[in-house]
Design a protein around this ligand. Structure first.
Ligand code: FES
Ligand SMILES: [Fe+2]
Length: 436
């Protein structure tokens, strides 16, 4: 149990707070790169700061203060020029460092004036990679943007799902260190939700789905170079199964990496502020060996639906079941009222690591997992369960959406990629140890 103050210290990401400073040592995705092709400005709130992301006509990306330094209008309505973002109100223009580079009327009246040189707003580095735009809001020199192996994979297809959740980021991350919720939230309640819907739609008889999940027998956790790993043994599996042997990594401080050799997700839980989280999921679908996936010029994005038409949270897809748990804990869960048990060992470890790493930053050090070596960053391999999904080819070739709202044309492309596995023999564990 934490005190209310400890809870605040563990969850607030505002500038100057322990977690705010820790999060400002890592790169965070703030948009899909393709969003800027559709509209060249995007209002972004991240780590409690109001910013605007834009792409100017020369293709340079900028992330600067959202409000014009002149009289504070919203620059997400501004005009991207050849180099810089121009305010629509009186034409002042800022470059990607936040420096004011034009003040049309001031320059007419005082051609030799130096007013604009004294006007500068925040401007943060951004980088486009893997179809995402990442930002770094911390002190210079910025570390390298990590090149997780996923972004270097070939022979597959990816897209990006984006949704803003009305809850603090820590609720999302604690769920990723909580193996037992799989059994109840997904295996029991979630299956019932799916069954109820199928019955309502006349697609199934009542009680036709199994609702007895396999019970967890053992859970375990480790810290590794880039984060933490959670492991489980459930009824019918052993410590030789990949669920225990490999486990699922959480990339510190706020990314879940989960999946199999056929498909995977990187789920970024980016703090918007202390009561909102931008959930950005990078999905990857691999084609069978030797099959050609569809050509992909850009990584498409879509906005995830969170609510049913009646205003309740969507419950019947796996990631939405997690969303329900996180959101219903409240805007910021009252941890001073919680009662932790054996199933919460991973959460206790994660909180301890967060505090330790925030302490390192406060002492002027570098926290875990920050990448500065270009050699290391050529491709950072991660633990990933390989063989389990491949033991049932029928199941793998079927697309099962994790989040709702994906446009039908993207669904049919994914189905095309997954169909390449039809007719494959189930892999043995030995084959599956091959990288990728
Ligand atoms: S408010 Fe932006 S130029 Fe005047
Ligand atoms: Fe979950």
């Amino acid at each position: 149990m934490l005190t209310a103050q400890e809870n605040k210290d563990l969850t607030s990401v505002m500038p100057g707070t322990p977690m705010g400073e820790l999060f400002r040592r890592y790169w965070h995705p703030i948009a899909a790169a393709a969003e800027l092709d559709d509209r060249p400005t995007k209002a972004v709130r991240v780590l409690g700061e109001d910013l605007v992301l834009y792409k100017d006509k020369s293709g340079t990306l900028g992330l600067i203060d959202r409000f014009c330094p002149h009289r504070r209008v919203d620059l997400s309505y501004g005009i991207p020029e050849e180099h810089g973002l121009r305010c629509m109100y009186h034409g002042w223009m800022m470059d990607e460092t936040g420096q004011c580079i034009e003040q049309p009327f001031e320059e007419t009246v005082h051609p030799d004036g130096r007013f604009k040189e004294k006007v500068k707003v925040a401007g943060y580095p951004v980088e486009s990679y893997g179809g995402l735009v990442f930002a770094y809001l911390g002190p210079q020199p910025a570390p390298l943007l990590p090149h997780w192996e996923t972004f270097e994979w070939e022979g597959g297809w990816s897209d990006i799902g984006i949704v803003e959740l009305p809850c603090n980021w820590l609720q999302c991350m604690e769920n990723s260190m909580d193996p037992v919720h799989l059994e109840w939230l997904h295996g029991y309640w979630g299956v019932r939700q799916q069954q109820d819907k199928a019955v309502r739609l006349g697609l199934a008889e009542a009680d036709s789905f199994p609702t007895v999940p396999r019970r967890h027998q053992k859970i375990g956790f480790d810290v590794f170079d880039y984060g933490l790993i959670k492991r489980r043994v459930v009824e019918g599996t052993t410590e030789e199964d990949h669920d225990w042997k490999v486990g699922h990594p959480v990339l510190f401080p706020n990314v879940l990496f989960v999946g199999s050799v056929v498909n995977c997700t990187l789920q970024y839980r980016v703090p918007v502020d202390d009561t909102h989280t931008m959930h950005i999921t990078w999905f990857f679908y691999r084609a069978a060996d030797g099959a050609e996936p569809p050509k992909q010029e850009k990584v498409p994005y879509w906005y995830v639906n969170l609510y049913e038409p009646d205003g309740t949270l969507i419950p019947d897809l796996v990631n939405h079941q997690d969303f329900v748990a996180w959101i219903t804990q409240g805007p910021n869960a009252e941890r001073e009222k919680e009662k932790l048990g054996e199933s919460d060992r991973g959460i206790i470890l994660y909180r301890k690591v967060l505090k330790e790493q925030a302490g390192i930053v406060q002492d002027g050090g570098e926290p875990m997992g920050v990448v500065r070596d270009p050699e290391v960053n050529k491709r950072i391999d991660l633990p990933l369960e390989r063989w389990q999904a491949l033991s049932d080819v029928t199941w793998m070739t079927r697309y099962m959406p994790l989040q709702q709202g994906e446009p039908p044309e993207l669904v049919s492309t994914i189905e095309q990629v997954l169909s390449t596995w039809a007719g494959e023999k189930p892999w043995t564990e030995a084959q599956a140890t091959l990288n990728q």
